[in-house]
Structure formats: structure tokens, C-alpha cells
Design a protein around this ligand. Structure first.
Ligand SMILES: [Zn+2]
Ligand SMILES: [Zn+2]
Length: 186
């Protein structure tokens, strides 16, 4: 059994939140953490009670959906709404944040930004993060939330064992290596 890291756990939470997104242009999830505890979460969506992009299509102006509040902003706003300090916190977000969100995160006192997928990473955002002493790191978590993971792993193992009896050993070893990578948490 290999245990997932805190980074992977929180990023997995953001991937779950992304599945709640209502804007079809990009599904993003964000989790704000302090002392290894989740203090807020957000996803790309409309204002509470508003029209959803998934129902009525996006409201696009200048190639941006203006209806959507970004996941990172929603998470910060949740903290504001309930009076939870964001100073010194860490955010786990599925996509590299847009410039507006980057500025808001810095201003909210977020000290580390962990993201899964590169997304139009703005050089000015990197400059601002460096200036503010915010740590930025890419965290990969592709294969964590799979409830049938063990069955699949076992099945592939059996297939490879059978193949090994019949086939070219070198080829089977290459396939084994590929399978191992597929099921690793890295
Ligand atoms: Zn939208
Ligand atoms: Zn944003």
C-alpha cells in the first residue's frame, strides 16, 4: 500500500470540486488549506442562485465568460463570507490561475500556490508571485480518485502474466513498466 501525500490529497479535493463547475469553458477547482486543514473550496460557477452556463450557455464578452466567478475567487470569497483568515494559507488549484486571481491570492495573503495543469501561465503573474514571496509549484495527481483502481491493477497484472507465458519477454517487461507508471501516484 502506498499512502498519498498531503499535496496529492488536497489536489485530489480540487479535482473533485472541478467536477462541480457550471461553466463549460473550463472546469476548475480550488482548495484553500491552512496547517494541513481545508478551510475553503471553490469551483468555476455563477453567483449563487444565478443562471448556469451549463443550462444557458456561457455569457462571452471579449473571449471571456463574464458570468463565471473563478474557483480561486470563490474559495477566497467563502473565507471572507465566514470570517476565516487566509493569511499564510496555501491554495491547491487544478489550473494555473489567471492574472486577476493571482493578484487576489497575493493580496489575500496566500503564501503557496500549488497547481496541477499549466494554463496560459502569465509571466507577470510569476513575477508578482516571486516579488511577494509566494511559492509556486506544479503538483501531479492524475491517478488518485479511481474507486476501481485495485481491480484494474489486478486485471492488468493477470493479463501481463498470461502474456509473459506466451510472448516476447522484452515486450512484456516494457508493458509491465508502462502499467506500473499508470498506477503510480507520481
Ligand atoms: Zn461560462
Ligand atoms: Zn481566475
Amino acid at each position: 500500500m502506498n499512502r498519498i501525500s498531503w499535496d496529492q490529497y488536497f489536489m485530489a479535493q480540487s479535482h473533485l470540486l472541478a467536477l462541480r463547475s457550471t461553466c463549460t469553458r473550463l472546469t476548475v477547482g480550488a482548495t484553500i488549506v491552512r496547517d494541513n486543514r481545508i478551510i475553503a473550496g471553490g469551483y468555476n460557477g455563477s453567483i449563487a442562485g444565478g443562471t448556469h452556463c451549463i443550462d444557458d450557455g456561457c455569457y462571452v464578452i471579449d473571449n471571456h465568460c463574464v458570468r463565471t466567478i473563478h474557483a480561486e475567487m470563490n474559495a477566497i470569497i467563502q473565507c471572507a463570507k465566514f470570517g476565516v483568515p487566509t493569511e499564510g494559507s496555501t491554495i491547491y488549484v487544478t489550473h494555473f490561475p489567471c492574472l486577476q486571481c493571482c493578484k487576489s491570492l497575493i493580496q489575500a495573503g496566500v503564501k503557496a500556490v500549488y497547481y496541477a495543469v499549466d494554463y496560459k501561465n502569465h509571466p507577470y503573474a510569476m513575477e508578482l508571485f516571486a516579488q511577494a514571496g509566494v511559492k509556486v509549484k506544479q503538483v501531479h495527481t492524475k491517478n488518485i480518485i479511481d474507486l476501481q483502481r485495485e481491480e484494474k491493477q489486478e486485471f492488468i497484472h493477470q493479463l501481463l502474466e498470461e502474456l509473459a507465458e506466451k510472448g516476447d519477454q522484452e515486450k512484456v517487461n516494457a508493458l509491465k513498466e508502462q502499467a506500473e507508471q499508470l498506477f503510480s501516484h507520481e
